[in-house]
Design a protein around this ligand. Structure first.
Ligand code: C2G
Length: 738
């Protein structure tokens, strides 16, 4: 039998993924030991749900705390011949443990699986994404290539999995329990971080045999909610430093017990320490030495470095400066090491200047541009990260052109030269160019509809009007359990980013409420103005604008139009903040059904990079994804089909039919995002799961209108109540009141 030991501190949704992994095992000869480490989670429901299905026993830590104590208690209680440690935020797939246990024999004490990292939930995880995460992480932390690393037996295992102290881990391995009992191996209760290193070295050095298990992967999950559920590795280095040293020392002591046999392991640990020193420690040492902890840690580190075999310098691509520092560490005084560290960091910065212009611009910005006087009449605009000339910024700008005359100088930030600012006279500046930093520093106002970038310094005096880009149906920011598609510090970023907004626009009281919980903005930051981009739907000349656009797009006069505007999927991620989208509508079929009456306008979300080949359907379907302003597209659309995008909140101002094609509703609702509203009760149109239903609804659109009339009225009263064609005016009069 396998005893699966799970320590749990925080995060019910994570735990559910872990328990689901066990539930899905075909191999059933196991027990699950859940050790609760002073958790504040309400776990009753989860425990009741899984109790009988996964042979679960629950234990609580009393006096002690921490993952080490929890695992020790689990070991004490384990009845199985084998033990497996599963962290409550990790998971695996398929018959993972069944495959591993099948490889255990008289000569094997440890079977290990592949090991991957991701910040995706189990339902969203895809191999390609994990590889992407992995690659990205490697690029950041292990940019160098390990050279001439001669390990005798399980070289790949050691190198691939144990690159840093936090990855010298007991996870992803099935152990014969007698290894622990016979050798009296336990986790050190005093350690709260890096608890695995010494235990792993003991297990590894005592094991009779160790074998890989092909086709199995342990999935270690990152947290990206540092604010409310901090992962162990997200704690500050200052907090974890003493644990690092103690853990490292204990691990080295294990291998030193039989140094002749395990010299390669000692070298490996030495190398890990040296990499830590040049990657992390010099950042702390660079500051003044007067704080007690620095001297204390410095002396500790000095003694650890005295034991390092300098052969390791050849095993890694250290720079000459780093090599010199590592060689001198054990013998030189603090002052020398500090000045050397400063020099190394300065050289790195200069190198970064060369390879990354943005870092150079940022430095110029901090040291030069930020000292220049601020221009009270300069206003910067940016829409959808500079990818469009559209949204609330466009309509605020247009209003200012007409009503503020030459009082202001206007600057538009664009992502590429295809983005054309077609109105008025303004300066067009490429995002992240040197000029961009210049204008960001000198302009008093910034009007944008997404977040301001975290790497661009923003002066305290700047007034930021964050217009945002839609009433939320799907959950946002802090209202999401986890943001799958974002980096580890995403929620912290959201918090500091939105705290900086002087004004955040809201289109209705519903958004006002949700934005406060999603972005942690205060009520006083929110301007319930309605959306400037919706003003166009109340323009007197809106029919003329529509007629011009129809002609420009080549839509025949006798045809009606359907705008298909779906949103993006968190789990269809490619690189660089872009997503893919697979069209779930058969356009040939739609053409056969409606080709005589309608033209379909396909509008992909601005995150989507896939372009859809419509060449064979040119007289029926038009790709309008690159058309900047979706508000103008609303004007020419006789109905809209969407899924979970917020487009319908805006479109509803026109009171034209809305159809929801939600073929992946369950996944989107439960796994990917979750919703603020009950789609089946609150929305102004039918929720359809199949193409047949969509076709049927289009065919009977008058009937659909009739059926949803009452609900449409209620919807508009709730969500379009502030839009009246004057939102831009309200915003300008408030934000630019001085
Ligand atoms: N959009 C677009 N084309 C699409 C989808 C969206 O031009 N096919 C634009 C619309 O202006 C829409 C905005 O992007 O209002 C936001 O799109 P969403 O699909 O709602 O997605 P997201 O960018 O994640 O915004 O609170 C706002 C949203 O809920 C979050």
């Amino acid at each position: 039998m396998i005893s699966i030991i799970i320590p749990h501190k925080k995060g019910v949704p994570y735990l559910k993924d872990a328990l689901d992994s066990i539930k899905d095992l075909t191999y059933k000869d196991y027990e699950t030991i859940l050790v609760i480490d002073h958790s504040e989670d309400d776990l009753e429901e989860v425990i009741n749900k899984y109790k009988d299905i996964i042979n679960l026993r629950v234990f609580y830590l009393d006096d002690k705390e921490g993952c080490a104590s929890a695992r020790n208690l689990g070991l004490d209680e384990a009845k199985g011949e084998y033990v497996f440690f599963l962290d409550s935020d990790d998971y695996f797939f398929g018959d993972y443990l069944g495959k591993m246990v099948a490889l255990m024999d008289d000569n094997t004490d440890i079977v290990y699986s592949d090991f991957k990292r991701t910040w995706f939930r189990r339902g969203v995880y895809k191999e390609s994404q994990a590889n992407y995460d992995e690659k990205k992480k490697e690029a950041i932390t292990l940019r160098k290539v390990q050279k001439e690393f001669e390990f005798t037996d399980v070289k790949d295992f050691m190198i691939n999995r144990n690159k840093r102290m936090e990855t010298v881990s007991v996870l992803g391995c099935l152990y014969r329990k007698s290894l622990f009992i016979d050798n009296n191996i336990r986790f050190d209760d005093d350690l709260h971080f890096f608890i695995d290193a010494a235990v792993f070295m003991k297990l590894y050095t005592k094991a009779k045999g160790i074998r890989p298990c092909e086709g199995t992967t342990y999935i270690k999950r990152y947290h990206n909610d540092k604010e409310t559920n901090m992962a162990i590795m997200q704690h500050s280095k200052i907090e974890t430093m003493p644990h690092y040293f103690k853990s490292y020392k204990a691990a080295v002591d294990v291998v030193k017990a039989d140094l002749e046999k395990h010299y390669d392991l000692k070298l490996h640990l030495n190398l890990i320490l040296c990499i830590f020193v040049v990657n992390e420690y010099i950042r702390y040492i660079r500051w003044s030495p007067d704080k007690e902890w620095k001297n204390e840690y410095y002396n500790e580190l000095k003694s650890l470095m005295a034991d390092v075999d300098m052969k390791v310098l050849k095993m890694w691509d250290f720079t000459p400066g780093e090599k010199k520092l590592l060689k001198k560490f054990a013998t030189c005084d603090f002052k020398y090491i500090q000045s050397k560290s400063k020099r190394i960091l300065a050289v790195r910065k200069i190198r970064k200047f060369r390879s990354n212009r943005r870092i150079f611009f940022r430095t110029v910005s901090l040291h030069i541009f930020s000292k220049l006087s601020m221009k009270n009449d300069w206003v910067c605009f940016e829409s959808f990260l500079g990818r469009n000339y559209s949204g609330q910024p466009k309509y605020i700008y247009k209003y200012m052109l007409e009503n503020c005359g030459n009082k202001y100088k206007y600057i538009w930030f664009v992502d590429n030269k295809n983005v054309k600012v077609t109105d008025g006279k303004c300066k067009v500046v490429k995002r992240f160019s040197l000029k961009y930093y210049y204008y960001m520093n000198r302009s008093k106002y910034l009007v944008l509809n997404m977040r301001q970038p975290k790497t661009v310094p923003i002066r305290d005096e700047m007034i930021i009007c964050a217009t945002w880009h839609g009433t939320p149906l799907k959950r946002l920011g802090f209202d999401m359990e986890d943001v799958h598609s974002a980096t580890a510090n995403h929620k912290s970023f959201v918090k500091t980013n939105s705290a900086r907004w002087n004004y955040m626009l809201s289109d209705n009281p519903f958004s006002t409420e949700k934005f406060q919980s999603a972005f942690l903005v205060k009520r006083s930051q929110i301007l319930e103005s309605g959306y400037p981009a919706n003003d166009i739907m109340y323009y007197d000349n809106k029919d003329e604008i529509a007629a011009d656009l129809r002609e420009k797009l080549g839509i025949p006069k006798d045809k009606k139009t359907i705008l298909y505007a779906p949103t993006w999927r968190d789990d269809d991620y490619t690189e660089g903040g872009h997503y893919n989208f697979k069209l779930a509508l058969d356009l040939d079929r739609l053409k056969k059904e409606f080709g005589d009456e309608y033209v379909v306008l396909l509008r992909m979300h601005y995150y989507i990079i896939d372009s859809i080949d419509l060449s064979s359907l040119s007289d029926f379907a038009i790709d309008v994804s690159s058309y900047s302003d979706i508000s103008e597209l609303y004007l020419i659309s006789d109905m809209i089909i969407t899924d979970y995008s917020s487009v319908f909140f805006d479109y509803a101002n026109l009171r034209r039919p809305v159809i929801f094609y939600t073929y992946d509703y369950e996944k989107y609702k439960d796994v990917l995002h979750g919703f603020y509203l009950d789609m089946h009760k609150d929305l102004p149109g039918p929720i359809l799961m199949t193409e047949d239903e969509v076709i049927d609804a289009i065919r009977n659109i008058d009937k659909v209108n009739e059926e949803y009339k009452e609900r449409y009225d209620e919807f508009c009263e709730r969500f379009c109540c502030l839009d009246d064609g004057h939102a831009s005016q309200r915003v300008v009069e408030t934000v630019f009141k001085d």
